[in-house]
Write a protein that binds this ligand. Structure first.
Ligand SMILES: Cc1ncc(COP(=O)(O)O)c(C=O)c1O
Length: 407
């Protein structure tokens, strides 16, 4: 039996796994201690729980030492801490950062702020298939470069970058390497040691954990990475992030990471199959429909398509009572801006406006995929029937040749 609305917007957030909620519950009530209370059992219990979660997250990303995990409030804070913390700490060494044009807003906005503060930032372009050319990163490095920051997998198109190659490059040039793995962690294997990652941002709410907990992996050996904190206070998290830890959320994050590590291989295969089914249904039934991003080097839960002649927002409106999806357009106060990620791939503004992101999660079913696929096809076809542009194009008129208004 289908239950509405169907949620297929799992790259915005995910529902908590009931096993995660179960693990968290005691830490709201009887196990309420402060992990920094060193002199009584309430504190010891809380500290042990936080350390267990550190270990669970460390194991998910291949970190050798749980102490390398610094807890934060989420991906956004981790990215802020990584970029601003490095810029401040290594100010004497250099003033240049290399990043990409497709980072999530947090990465872009922090880089823009650092630029306003006098740092130099190079934004490496993206290729039409969503991959960053590692040679472009290499070209951008100067003797003053202190940080390379490249997202592991993109939140809109799911494309997975060649992180190991970037890690090797960073190491060979003695530059610190940060990756925003907010979308990738728990979905695709990560090994910070093998991949040469020095800093890694991730968040609980995208891996069926609670909202409000995140982590920054900070390498302790080879090289030992140091950061200036954003938040001063009691010196928690080895001085990198003061403030009382959100113990229940951290316990939930740890459990969520553990489940991902145990189930990732099976889950990726199952969800990947559902995504492929959805993709086949849509691409085989709708003409002039384009897949955005790399067809293979992609997160198993992501499908991003542009439907020519219809606006992404209109498709969403046609579906939104029953299905939660996301369009590539960011709804700003007055205008609908096309997705900067799809636009950066070289797509026309029209196609950037017409992209839809389907993102699946642990609890989606085959039945849901069949329903969403069918309904999407129906809605797109109906919108096209009402589209004069589509009609003209079908009559063979070159839309670019049309003069829309008298001069
Ligand atoms: C790629 C990426 N980075 C960072 C974030 C921000 O993470 P948070 O919502 O935990 O602040 C997100 C959130 O969706 C994301 O997709």
């Amino acid at each position: 039996m289908l239950k509405f609305p169907i949620f297929m917007d799992a790259q915005s957030t995910t529902p908590c796994d009931p096993r995660v909620v179960e693990a968290m519950m005691p830490y709201f009530t009887e196990k309420f201690g402060h992990p920094a209370s060193r002199n009584h059992p309430f504190g010891w219990e809380a500290e042990a729980a936080v350390d267990r979660a550190r270990g669970q997250i460390a194991r998910l990303i291949g970190a050798r030492d749980p102490k390398e995990i610094v807890f934060t409030s989420g991906g956004t804070e981790s990215i802020n801490l990584a970029l601003k913390g490095i810029a401040e700490m290594y100010r004497e060494k250099g003033n240049h950062i290399v990043t990409t044009v497709i980072e999530q807003r947090a990465g872009i906005d922090v880089a823009k702020r650092l630029e306003r503060q006098g740092l130099e930032v190079t934004y490496v372009p993206v290729q039409p298939d969503g991959l960053i050319d590692v040679a472009e990163i290499e070209k951008a490095i100067t003797p003053r470069t202190i940080l390379i920051s490249v997202m592991f997998a993109n939140n809109e198109i799911g494309t997975i970058q060649d992180i190991a190659a970037i890690g090797r490059l960073a190491k060979s040039r003695g530059v610190i390497f940060h990756t925003d793995a907010t979308q990738a962690a728990g979905k695709t294997p990560i090994d910070v040691e093998a991949m040469g990652i020095d800093l890694l941002s991730c968040t609980a709410h995208l891996v069926h954990g609670p909202k409000g907990a995140g982590a920054l992996y900070v390498r302790r050996k080879g090289p030992r990475v140091r950061l200036t904190p954003l938040i001063d206070g009691g010196g928690h998290e080895r001085g990198m992030r003061s403030g009382t830890l959100a113990v229940p959320l951290i316990v939930g994050f740890g459990r969520a990471a553990e489940i991902c590590r145990e189930e990732m291989a099976d889950e990726a295969a199952r969800i990947g199959k559902l995504r492929d089914r959805l993709q086949d249904m849509i691409l085989s039934s709708v003409d002039e429909c384009f897949l955005n991003g790399h067809p293979d080097r992609r997160l198993p839960n992501n499908l991003n398509v542009s439907f020519a002649y219809v606006e992404g927002e209109s498709v969403l409106m046609g579906l939104n009572k029953e299905t939660a999806l996301s369009s590539g357009s960011a709804c700003t106060s007055a205008t609908l801006e096309p997705s900067y990620v799809i636009a950066a791939l070289g797509a026309s503004a029209e196609l950037a406006h017409s992209s839809i992101r389907f993102s699946l999660h642990r609890f989606n079913t085959e039945e849901e995929v069949e329903y969403v696929g069918q309904r999407t096809i129906e809605v797109v076809k109906r919108l096209r029937e009402m589209s004069p542009l589509y009609e003209l194009a079908k009559e063979g008129v070159d839309l670019k040749s049309i003069k829309w208004k008298a001069d």
